[in-house]
Ligand binder design. Sequence first.
Ligand SMILES: Nc1ncnc2c1ncn2[C@@H]1O[C@H](COP(=O)(O)OP(=O)(O)OP(=O)(O)O)[C@@H](O)[C@H]1O
Ligand SMILES: [Mg+2]
Length: 200
Amino acid sequence: MTSFTFNRFKLDFYSRTKIDPVKNTSFYDSALVTLRAAKEFTRRYMNNPHTDGLLLTGQVGSGKTFLACCIANALLAQGKILLFIAVPDLLDQIKATYDAKNENSVTESELLDTAREVPLLILDDLGAHNYTNWTRNKIFSIINHRLNYLLPTLITTNINLEDLEQFLGDRTTSRIFQMCRPYRLLVDVDIRMQMISQGR
Ligand SMILES: Nc1ncnc2c1ncn2[C@@H]1O[C@H](COP(=O)(O)OP(=O)(O)OP(=O)(O)O)[C@@H](O)[C@H]1O
Ligand SMILES: [Mg+2]
């Protein structure tokens, strides 16, 4: 993931002819706007650690994680401290702390405190798991703390904006909309597949 840098983020995977029905712009233009927003976030964050975060949406293989990694790598290169974690992994790690045999490992509150308090949190893949009340409460507690302390969060998700509330509940969704500027990456074919068919 260290090789995911802005200069490797290619725009030619995004169609110039297919149109985003919501914004009435081409997939290419949406990707360009999103790439600019990601670069701009990196600059904004360097100047102000309490700036707005980003919510990157888009279907499977549209470059969301890649772009989040580009931001992370640019900021890590500038010495910034951040946590990049896939949400399903975070939830699994929290669950693992309940296992009595794991006496010496970190506690749930240590894990949650890290996610709540780290200067920049990148939550990758919010949505690729089943939501229970337990899951929703953990995510709420992280998001709510970060909003209260004006700590930016970057989120990538496959879930459409209009469906987010159904998965996360209204309280978490409302906070995410307040904290994060939404951007969409659209592709007509999964970039993983495009790379295979183009031999890239
Ligand atoms: N804009 C891009 N330029 C170059 N390579 C890309 C780009 N977007 C994606 N890729 C390649 O495609 C792969 C899949 O992209 P990525 O993991 O970012 O998709 P995703 O939108 O996060 O998908 P998922 O919803 O499955 O998590 C990346 O590992 C990378 O190799
Ligand atoms: Mg991803």
